[in-house]
Design a protein around this ligand. Structure first.
Ligand code: COA
Length: 258
C-alpha cells in the first residue's frame, strides 16, 4: 500500500516501519508524506490503541533527512517544504501513544522524529545524534526545541554544536531514551511495553497524553487548569465507569474506548 512504509497490526498495537534500508531509512519527502497518510489512517482505526515506529533492517532506525534532496534546494523552496504539514508535528499531535523503537542509527530527522514520539526505547547498538552541523545546517525538524526540552539546554547544545553521536547507554543516562534493550530482545520488550499501555482506556490515554503535552507548551498555571479539564472529561466516558467498577469488584477492566 505504501512505497516506503510497512504497517502491521498485532492485536491493539500497530507497527509502522520506515522501509528504505538501502538508504538507512533516510526520510525523503515521499516517505514523510506517506507517514502523514499512515498517521491519518491509524488515527481513525479504532482497533489500534498504541503505535510503535521503527526502521527496516538491522542497522538504522532513521539516518536523517535524505541528504540527496538538499542538493539544489533554494532557501525559498526548502522553506516551502518545511512549512507544509510536517511528519514531526503530526507524530507529536497523534492522539494515541507512540513508542519510537530505535533499532540502530537515529540521526538528524530520525532523532527529531523519535523526539516527537511519547516514549523512546533503544537497542544497545543504537547511535543517536544531531549531525546537521557537519553539513553546514542546523536541525530543522524541531530538534533545537524538543531535544533541549527533553534533556536540558546544555546537553542538547553539546549534541547540536558538535554533531557527534552518542551511544544508547549515554542517551539513557541523559533521559533521551527510557530503556535500552539487548538488540535481539528489542522488539519483544517494546511490544510488551506497548501491549501494557494498550490495555488502558483509550479515552484516558488520549487525555493523559494531551495533558502532559500541555506542560511543554504552556506555563504551570495553564497546564494545571488544562489537566483539571481533561481529568473531568474522563468522567464522561464509559471507560471511567468500567475502570472504577472493575477496581471495586476486584476484576480486570475491559476498556472499550468510549
Ligand atoms: N540521506 C541520504 N542517504 C543516506 C543517508 C541520508 N541521511 N544516510 C545514509 N544514506 C545512504 C548512504 O548514502 C548509502 O547509500 P549508497 O549505498 O547508495 O551510497 C547508504 O545509505 C548506506 O550508508 P553508508 O554511509 O554507506 O553507511 P555507513 O555504515 O558507512 O555509515 C552513517 C552510516 C549513518 C554514519 C552515514 O550513513 C551517515 O553519516 N549518514 C548521514 C547522517 C546525517 O548526516 N544525517 C542528518 C541529515 S540532516
Amino acid at each position: 500500500m505504501y512505497e516506503n512504509l510497512l504497517v502491521e497490526k498485532h492485536e491493539r498495537v500497530a507497527v509502522l516501519t520506515i522501509n528504505r534500508p538501502n538508504k538507512l531509512n533516510a526520510l525523503n519527502i515521499a516517505t514523510r508524506n506517506e507517514i502523514l497518510a499512515a498517521l491519518d489512517a491509524l488515527q481513525s482505526d479504532a482497533e489500534v490503541r498504541v503505535l510503535v515506529i521503527t526502521g527496516a533492517g538491522d542497522k538504522a532506525f532513521i539516518a536523517g533527512a535524505d541528504i540527496g534532496e538538499f542538493a539544489g534546494q533554494t532557501a525559498l523552496s526548502q522553506r516551502e517544504v518545511m512549512t507544509q504539514r510536517r511528519a514531526f508535528d503530526a507524530m507529536e499531535a497523534f492522539p494515541k501513544p507512540v513508542i519510537a523503537m530505535i533499532n540502530g542509527f537515529c540521526l538528524g530527522g530520525g532523532l527529531e522524529l523519535a523526539l516527537s514520539c511519547d516514549i523512546r526505547v533503544a537497542s544497545e547498538q543504537a547511535k543517536l545524534g544531531q549531525p546537521e552541523i557537519n553539513l553546514g545546517v542546523i536541525p530543522g525538524g524541531g530538534g533545537t526545541q524538543r531535544l533541549a526540552h527533553l534533556v536540558g539546554e546544555g546537553k542538547a547544545m553539546e549534541m547540536i554544536l558538535t554533531g557527534e553521536m552518542i551511544t544508547a547507554a549515554e542517551a539513557h543516562a541523559l533521559g533521551l531514551v527510557n530503556h535500552v534493550f539487548a538488540h535481539a530482545e528489542l522488539r519483544e520488550k517494546t511490544m510488551a511495553l506497548a501491549a501494557r499501555i494498550a490495555e488502558k482506556s483509550p479515552v484516558a490515554l488520549r487525555m493523559a497524553k494531551e495533558a502532559v503535552k500541555t506542560a511543554a507548551r504552556s506555563g504551570l498555571d495553564e497546564g494545571l487548569r488544562r489537566e483539571v479539564d481533561l481529568f473531568a472529561l474522563c468522567f464522561a466516558s464509559e471507560d471511567k465507569e468500567e475502570g472504577v467498577r472493575a477496581f471495586l469488584e476486584k476484576r480486570k477492566p475491559n476498556f472499550v474506548g468510549r
